[in-house]
Design a protein around this ligand. Structure first.
Ligand SMILES: [Zn+2]
Length: 428
């Protein structure tokens, strides 16, 4: 058994609002947290493999990046400054068609490196070749929940069912949920088939939803229903799930989200860069819908940085509402941790408490941007950055510490392999 003790910490467990334990102690046994508190009732006589003096720095749950396409790292800054439809059809799809298995394996590893530097301990990933994504994640020791990106051109109901059976309950770090790319890339028959699968396995379903005004307009023209109404009418949400982006939900869509217990994953960086719009987050919060935060993929954002996303969630909400009190930073921290874990079905990864997964980060409070410590949780959202991440632990293993990675792989090799992928596509 591996035992690690972190002491002399300020601990933000995210169990009850944003209260902080000063002089905190947190212990880990294998992949679980065995103690969190002020040390007064800490179990005695335990021998630790490693004791980490946190030096008064902040220990908190890792961020959950609740929507991304990790394998798209090869397309970062390759085709920018285009509207979404041209970006997808002219720049992205032709190159994705040329991807080989190993490509996605290396591209995913590069993304995992970036997640770790940003304090991300779990991702909700939607991309191609899920076996390769699972292999990359498991080898790195990183937690990855995948969902299907089925559409009329790639993936199928048969493959989704195979992946659902093969990628669940095999490794505690990886799992798979049913998903479709979006209403506008899927036929009605395909989505009806997915609803039957969801019913057979009593499982939630995920998809891009109401990302742009055009997407909603197209669905209304095709079916006389919004993307949410249409998906719900087919039975896709009978066992929950949710939508990525959700910039343009109608009042009736919000009712459906409430009734079905669906989650919204907001992606403000991508929505800003692609000029998709600003999601009305405060309206969704008032409706009592669970909200999580995602970076979206590295080709549309382009960085996989949860600090930037957190600032954008609150900053854009304030601008949208023209109200500086909209979406308090502490609510944003909840979305980035607890909300993400709930959306991804990671019930053990939401907060720091005995028995929960040891998925945590240490943030450097000694940095100028974190001083003074008037309000630590607000510092994290409003002035914090990934440069403050000292340590990222997933399932009890330190994968990143003070700029160094422990992934069982040479970081330079990962970067080289990803560069080779895009070099092969220069002729397109
Ligand atoms: Zn996306």
């Amino acid at each position: 058994m591996s035992r690690i003790k972190i002491y002399n910490a300020r601990i933000l467990p995210m169990t009850e609002d944003t209260a902080i334990i000063d002089g905190g102690v947190l212990t880990v046994e294998d992949d679980r947290i065995s103690y969190v508190g002020d040390g007064s009732d800490e179990p005695e006589g335990v021998q630790y493999d490693r004791e980490i003096d946190a030096k008064g720095n902040l220990v908190m749950p890792g961020f959950k990046n609740s929507h991304t396409h990790s394998g798209m790292t090869f397309l970062r800054s390759f085709a920018d400054d285009l509207p979404l439809d041209r970006w997808l059809n002219e720049a992205i799809f032709p190159r994705e068609a040329r991807l080989q298995d190993d490509d996605i394996y290396w591209c995913t590893k590069l993304a995992i490196m970036e997640y770790l530097t940003s304090g991300v301990t779990a991702c909700f990933d939607m991309y191609l070749r899920p076996y390769e994504i699972a292999r990359a994640s498991e080898e790195c020791g990183f937690r990855m929940v995948q969902t299907g990106s089925m559409n009329n051109f790639s993936q199928s109901l048969e493959l989704q069912e195979e992946w659902y059976n093969e990628l669940n309950d095999k490794n505690p770090l990886t799992s798979y949920l049913f998903g479709y790319h979006a209403e506008y890339t899927c036929s009605k028959e395909l989505l009806e088939g997915l609803a039957r699968l969801a019913d057979r396995y009593k499982a939630p379903v995920w998809g891009h939803n109401s990302e742009t005004e055009n997407e909603v307009k197209g669905c209304l023209e095709r079916y006389g229903l919004t993307p949410t109404e249409f998906a719900d009418s087919l039975g896709l949400f009978a066992y929950g799930g949710g939508g990525y982006h959700c910039v343009y939900l109608s009042d009736n869509d919000i009712e459906i989200f409430k009734k079905r217990g669906l989650h919204i994953v907001t992606n403000p960086g991508s929505n800003t860069k692609l000029a998709s719009g600003i999601a009305p987050i405060s309206k969704y919060m008032r409706a009592g819908i669970d909200i999580a935060i995602g970076t979206d993929g590295p080709a549309s954002n382009n960085c996989l940085d949860m600090f930037r996303e957190m600032f954008l969630v609150t900053g854009l909400a304030k601008l949208h509402d023209m109200d500086a009190s909209s979406v308090d930073a502490n609510e944003v921290l909840k979305m980035a941790t607890v909300g993400g874990a709930r959306a991804m079905g990671l019930d053990d990864c939401d907060c720091l408490a005995k028995g929960k997964a040891a998925d945590l980060i240490i943030l450097d409070l000694d940095k100028p941007e974190m001083q003074p410590l008037n309000n630590i949780s607000k510092n994290v959202v409003y002035s914090g950055s990934k440069a403050d991440v000292k340590l990222t632990m997933v399932a009890g293993r330190v994968l990143y510490e003070d700029g160094r990675f422990s992934l069982g792989e040479d970081p330079d090799r990962i970067k080289k392999e990803v560069s080779r992928v895009i070099e092969r596509m220069r002729d397109i």
